[in-house]
Design a binder for this molecule. Structure first.
Ligand code: IVH
Length: 675
C-alpha cells in the first residue's frame, strides 16, 4: 500500500534529519550524496504539492527561505554573559583563590576545560523538541531573531533528539553555542574572492558574522557555517546538574561539540595540559583564542554570582599569548592627524597573524623606530595579542642583506611642504603649518562626524570635495556655504545641496558641549566637554580660564588643563572661535541649567564605559544629569557607580579593583524608576 503524502513526508523528514546528523555532526555518513539528494528532492516535491505539510523541522527549510526577515528583537530568558580573562597560569591560580574565598573552606572543586571558540554566540530555543528560535547575543539582554538563517546551518538540529534513541528533550530548552566558519572553507572562500577580484574577508569570524546576519537566508545557506553548542542557558524540565554531564546530554541530543572537551579533578592537572592544548591549535579546523575553565558543579555558579553584571565568577577564559609572525616591512608612509601630528605607518607584505591578515601597522613614533632599529626592507616580527592592535615587535637583523634603509624623519610635511618640527619635550613631530591641507581635512572630518557636530551630509568624501574646490579652509567656513557654492560641484544635485545646508543649519544650534568636542582639543572628549560646558557656560569664559581655574574641576588633571590653555592661546584657534561666532554658531550653553526631571541620582557620580544597548553616551550622561547625578571621566574612589556596556575597557577593570559598583543600562533605569 502506498503511504499517504503525510506519512511519506514524515518518514522522509526523519530519514533526512538523521542522515544530515550522520554527515555533519558525526562525520560518518550512512548513505551517499546522490541518495540523500534523491530523498530531499522527493520531500521537496511532496511539500510543493502540499504546502500544508511543511513542518518547522523540515530539512527543506535548510536551503533558506526567500523571506526577507527584518530582524525582530528578542529578549533572552537569561543574561547571555561573558567571561573574565586570565593571561597566565598564575592568573588562573589567582582566580581559584578568589572564588575559594567565597565558598565553604572544605569544598572540593572539579573543572571542565573547553576550547574558547572565536566565533559568534547564538542562542537556540527548542520547544517540544522543535527549534523555534535562533537569536544572536546582541547586548546579552536582547538579540536579533535570525531563525531562518540559523535553520540553514546543518549542524543545528531542527528537532531534538536527532537520534531516535536519544534522551527525551525537556519541554523547553535554551542552549548557547558559537557559530563559526571552518578554516579550510574560509581559505577557499577568500581564494574565490581573490579570483573574482572581490575584497577578501578579514577573518573567519567576520565571514561567519556576515553570513549569520545576512538579510537573505539563502546567502547564509551558501556558507558552510557550523555551530558548537557548549551550555544550557535555560530549561523547563530536568537537566544534569554539572557542566560535564550537560555537555554529554547535549551531545546525546544531537548537538555538535568540539572533540576537545575534558574534565579535571584538580586544577594543577588542568593547568599542566594547557601547553599541549595550545600546541593543538594550528591543527584545528576552527579558530580558538583561548581555553575556558569552568567550575563543573553548576549549583555553585549561583553561589559565586557574577562580576560587573555579566561575567560569572565560576568560569574564566585563559587567553593565548600574543601570536606572532614574520614578514617584510615594505615601506614607511606618513600621515597627518587632526592635531598636525606626523604619524609613521608601516606597509607590510600581507601576513596572517592572530586570525587576521595584516597589511599595515602603526609605528607610533620615531624614537621607538630608532630604539627598535626598524629599517625599511627588514624582516620584522609582527605581534597581535588577543584583540589588541597589531604591532612590530622588532626586526630580525640576521635576515638583512644590506639593502635596508633607515627610517628618516621627513624634513618637510609630505602634504603641505612646510617644515616638520618637534616641539620641546615632545616625542612627536608636527607639521608646522596650522593650515596644512591634510591636517585641516582631518580636523574637518572629525568636526562633522557623528560623535562631534554630526553634520548630516558632510562625510569624508564631501569634506574633501569642498576643500578641493577651495570653498572650505577651516571649520568656520562650513557655515558660510551657500546653494550657489554647492550647485556647480560634481554630484551635487539641488536636493543633495539643500540637504547639506539643512544639516549645517542644524549644527549651528548644537549644544555647547558638542561644539567643544568638535574642536578636537587634546583630552577633551564628550564627557570632558560636557563638564567644561556645564562649568563655564560659554567658550569665551573657558578661553579665559587659567590652569588653576581648570584644576578646580573634578576630573581635570594638569595635562588636560595645560592642553586646554595652550589650545586657546594659539592665535589661529582664537581666529577660528571668532569666525564661528560671526557665523552664528552657538558658543554658549542654553540659558539655565539643564532641565531637571528628578533627583533620584542626586549626589551620585557616574563614570561611563563601553557601548550601551540603547543609549548613546551623550544620552546616558544627559539622563544622569537630568536626574541630579554627575558624570566624571575617570574612575576613582569618589566614583559611586560605573555604568558599563559592551566592550567596556580599563575603566571596568579599575572599578573592579577599587570595588566601585558596576551597573548596566537596565540598572541605571531601575535606579531612576525605583526612586
Ligand atoms: S561560556 C556566561 N564557553 O567566549 C558564560 N563561552 O567572553 C559565558 N566562547 O561570548 C560563555 N567558547 O561566545 C563559553 N566553551 C565556551 C566558549 C565560550 C567560546 C565565547 C562566547 C562568549 C565569549 C566569552
Amino acid at each position: 500500500m502506498t503511504p499517504t503524502p503525510t506519512d511519506r513526508a514524515a518518514d522522509l523528514r526523519e530519514q533526512l534529519n538523521y542522515h544530515n546528523y550522520r554527515y555533519f555532526v558525526l562525520n560518518d555518513p550512512a548513505i551517499s550524496d546522490p541518495e540523500y539528494d534523491a530523498l530531499l528532492a522527493e520531500l521537496e516535491q511532496i511539500e510543493a504539492e502540499h504546502p500544508e505539510l511543511i513542518t518547522p523541522d523540515s530539512p527543506t527549510l535548510r536551503a533558506g527561505s526567500d523571506l526577507q526577515p527584518e530582524f525582530r528583537k528578542v529578549r533572552h530568558p537569561r543574561l547571555i554573559g561573558s567571561l573574565s580573562k586570565a593571561f597566565t597560569e598564575d592568573e588562573i591560580r589567582a582566580w581559584r583563590e578568589r572564588i575559594g574565598k567565597l565558598l565553604p573552606p572544605d569544598v572540593r572543586l572539579d573543572y571542565t576545560l573547553e576550547p574558547k571558540l572565536d566565533g559568534l554566540s547564538v542562542v537556540l530555543t527548542y520547544e517540544g523538541g522543535l527549534l523555534t528560535l535562533g537569536a544572536t547575543r546582541g547586548d546579552g539582554i536582547t538579540g536579533d531573531d535570525v531563525t531562518p538563517n540559523v535553520r540553514t546551518i546543518p549542524s543545528v538540529p531542527l528537532r531534538i533528539p536527532v537520534h531516535p534513541d536519544g534522551p527525551r528533550p525537556p519541554a523547553r530548552l535554551v542552549v548557547r553555542g558559537e557559530v563559526f566558519y571552518p578554516l579550510a572553507a574560509f581559505a577557499r572562500l577568500n581564494e574565490a574572492q581573490r579570483a573574482a577580484d572581490l575584497p577578501e574577508f578579514i577573518n573567519p569570524r567576520n565571514a561567519a558574522s556576515g553570513a549569520l546576519k545576512n538579510k537573505d537566508p539563502r546567502e547564509t545557506a551558501r556558507r558552510p557555517l557550523k555551530v558548537f553548542v557548549y551550555s544550557i542557558v535555560d530549561v523547563d524540565g530536568e537537566v544534569p546538574p554539572t557542566q560535564w554531564d550537560q555537555l554529554q546530554f547535549l551531545k546525546a541530543l544531537g548537538f555538535l561539540e568540539p572533540a576537545e572537551m575534558a574534565r579535571f579533578d584538580d586544577l594543577e592537572a588542568l593547568i599542566a595540559v594547557i601547553p599541549e592544548w595550545t600546541a593543538r591549535r594550528p591543527r584545528l579546523d576552527y579558530e580558538i583564542d583561548g581555553l575556558v575553565i569552568k567550575v563543573n558543579d553548576l549549583r555553585l555558579w549561583e553561589e559565586l554570582g557574577v562580576v560587573g553584571n555579566k561575567n560569572p565568577r565560576a568560569a574564566i577564559a585563559y587567553k593565548f599569548p600574543a601570536e606572532e609572525a614574520t614578514t617584510k616591512l615594505l615601506d614607511v608612509k606618513f600621515s597627518i592627524g587632526r592635531t598636525g601630528v606626523l604619524k609613521p605607518g608601516g606597509v607590510l607584505e600581507p601576513v596572517f597573524v592572530g586570525g587576521t591578515t595584516i597589511t599595515n601597522v602603526m609605528l607610533h613614533n620615531f624614537d621607538q623606530i630608532a630604539e627598535k632599529d626598524i629599517r625599511i626592507g627588514d624582516t620584522v616580527i609582527v605581534k597581535r595579542a588577543g584583540d589588541v592592535i597589531p604591532y612590530i615587535e622588532g626586526p630580525v637583523p640576521e635576515e638583512r642583506d644590506g639593502s635596508e634603509r633607515v627610517v628618516e624623519v621627513p624634513a618637510m610635511c609630505p602634504f603641505s611642504g612646510d617644515p616638520v618640527i618637534r616641539p620641546e619635550g615632545m616625542v612627536d613631530y608636527f607639521c608646522s603649518n596650522p593650515y596644512c591641507p591634510e591636517r585641516v581635512f582631518r580636523s574637518l572630518e572629525f568636526f562633522a562626524s557623528r560623535g562631534a557636530l554630526d553634520i548630516e551630509g558632510l562625510g569624508t568624501q564631501t569634506v574633501k570635495q569642498l576643500m578641493d574646490a577651495g570653498l572650505v579652509r577651516d571649520e568656520a567656513d562650513i557655515f558660510s556655504l551657500t546653494l550657489d557654492d554647492l550647485l556647480p560641484l560634481e554630484r551635487f544635485a539641488r536636493k543633495k545641496a539643500e540637504n547639506l545646508l539643512a544639516g549645517i543649519e542644524a549644527a549651528r544650534h548644537r549644544p555647547l558641549d558638542r561644539v567643544l568636542t568638535a574642536l578636537g582639543i587634546e583630552g577633551v572628549g564628550e564627557i570632558m566637554a560636557g563638564t567644561l560646558a556645564g562649568h563655564f557656560g560659554s567658550i569665551e569664559t573657558l578661553a579665559r580660564a587659567t590652569v588653576d581655574d581648570l584644576l578646580q574641576i573634578e576630573g581635570v588633571g594638569p595635562t588636560i588643563a595645560e592642553g586646554i590653555v595652550a589650545w586657546f592661546a594659539e592665535p589661529f584657534h582664537q581666529q577660528l572661535i571668532a569666525k564661528l561666532k560671526a557665523a552664528g554658531v552657538r558658543l554658549e550653553a542654553e540659558q539655565g541649567a539643564p532641565v531637571a526631571v528628578g533627583d533620584s541620582l542626586a549626589g551620585k557620580t557616574f563614570v561611563l564605559t563601553g557601548t550601551l544597548p540603547t543609549l548613546s553616551r551623550e544620552e546616558a550622561a544627559a539622563l544622569i544629569k537630568a536626574h541630579g547625578g554627575k558624570v566624571a571621566g575617570s574612575v576613582s574612589k569618589k566614583t559611586d557607580y560605573v555604568l558599563a556596556g559592551e566592550n567596556a575597557g580599563s575603566k571596568l577593570t579599575k572599578a573592579e579593583e577599587l570595588g566601585v559598583p558596576v551597573i548596566d543600562e537596565a540598572g541605571l533605569r531601575q535606579m531612576i524608576e525605583s526612586a
